[in-house]
Design a protein. Structure first.
Length: 403
């Protein structure tokens, strides 16, 4: 794969995207089975997921503010050390509360990285005067992300079948290697402009909220994008939580195919994300590319709620996951083009917080709906919420083009 010579400083981004998602992919096929191996019941497993999402909501803004104050590189390095530590706790834990601690530590690690890594990429490109390459770099990053994730899914399935506790060793080592790469290879020549003057005390929770809301008041369309993120994550979460149960119990699909389904969708993204990125570049505005992708995804979810054919459902799932992969670099490009550099990590973390709140809200609502009305009803609700997200994005497009 060829890279622009002026973007060689971004090699760590691509390498870390590959390795971190390889490490994550290894645990995904048997993650819930590992909890069952530790004798947790289904309620406790659901509680662990809620604790993880809650920790993301709690830590998202403070960690983004840390990146703006003390540097993106430091935040990224600390994130991978934290996720590696979480893996150690997962491996050694045998009781619910110890596993809950691991979820909290992993949530902290994810939030340390979520805004800072993308902010470092954008700042690096802006320093080189290559703003026009932001979308292409994120698209390339998605290809590395999906390639690592795909290999991890395949390896994790076999490793989990060999010994389910063995999945944590490559997870731990992979994230420690990412921390080492970030520490050694990430160049950060720009001193954070939000550095705290000597003797001044700052609140890690109050200040990022005030600064983020202040920036949103100055650029209202950012709030529109954040609402879009909230609604989109809500809509997709209806499928994320229940697609495995729906395919196995309602459609009779053998669970051993699930890893391959996710892997095939990742392969589609790897092969076509660059072409989709170029195609969207020909449109009048990137908003319309996102509208087409999310609109098609909403249709996939709606039909998935209705179909009784396993083959059709599998095809819809593959398309849905592919469209989500195509969407990511486009949305990151649109978002970063309108965020001031001195608050980039904070506002990216705020956007991630809105997305996490959408997932938490979906989890609180659809659990009861699925129990009383069925999984198909939840899928239908997800399609309607995605439709609402498209309407919000249309409002954003009209506002941006009007400006």
């Amino acid at each position: 794969m060829n890279f622009p010579t002026t973007a060689k400083r971004l090699y760590p981004y691509y390498l870390i995207q590959f390795l971190s998602n390889l490490s994550l992919g290894i645990i995904i096929p048997v993650f819930v089975l590992y909890f069952r191996h530790r004798h947790l019941n289904l309620f406790e497993i659901a509680a662990l997921a809620a604790i993880f999402e809650g920790s993301i909501v709690l830590f998202e803004l403070p960690t983004g503010f840390v990146a703006d104050l003390y540097g993106r590189k430091l935040s990224v390095v600390l994130s991978f050390f934290a996720i590696g530590a979480a893996g150690v706790i997962f491996r050694l834990s045998t009781i619910f509360w110890a596993l809950a601690l691991a979820e909290i530590v992993q949530g902290l690690g994810e939030t340390l990285k979520s805004g800072a890594f993308e902010a470092w990429v954008v700042d690096s490109l802006k320093e080189e005067g290559r703003d026009q390459d932001i979308r292409g770099v994120f698209a390339r990053g998605v290809r590395f992300e999906r390639a690592g994730y795909l290999l991890g899914l395949v390896a994790g399935g076999y490793l989990g079948a060999y010994h389910i506790t063995a999945i944590w060793y490559p997870f731990i080592l992979g994230h420690l290697l990412c921390a080492t790469i970030a520490l050694s290879l990430m160049r950060e020549s720009k001193v954070p402009t939000g550095a705290v003057p000597h003797g001044e005390r700052r609140s890690l929770l109050g200040d990022p909220i005030r600064e983020g809301l202040k920036a949103l008041r100055g650029q209202r369309f950012l709030l529109i994008l954040f609402v879009f993120s909230f609604l989109g994550n809500f809509g997709y979460e209806t499928v994320d939580q229940y697609w495995q149960v729906h395919f196995s119990e309602d459609l009779g699909v053998n669970p051993r195919y699930f890893g391959w389904m996710v892997g095939i969708s990742s392969s589609i993204v790897i092969l076509f994300v660059a072409a989709i990125n170029r195609l969207v570049g020909r449109l009048r505005d990137v908003h319309y590319g996102l509208i087409v992708l999310d609109g098609t995804a909403a249709i996939c979810v709606a039909v998935l709620a209705l179909t009784i054919s396993p083959a059709v459902a599998i095809g819809l799932f593959l398309a849905l996951e592919a469209f989500r992969g195509f969407k990511k670099p486009l949305f990151l490009d649109l978002l970063n083009r309108h965020i001031p550099s001195e608050l980039r990590a904070t506002l990216l973390s705020l956007e991630s917080l809105f997305g996490s709140l959408g997932e938490v809200m979906a989890g609180l609502i659809i659990g009861g709906l699925a129990f009383y009305l069925g999984i198909r009803f939840c899928f239908g609700l997800g399609a309607m919420v995605l439709g609402l997200a498209i309407m919000v994005l249309l409002l954003s497009a009209r506002r941006t083009l009007g400006d």
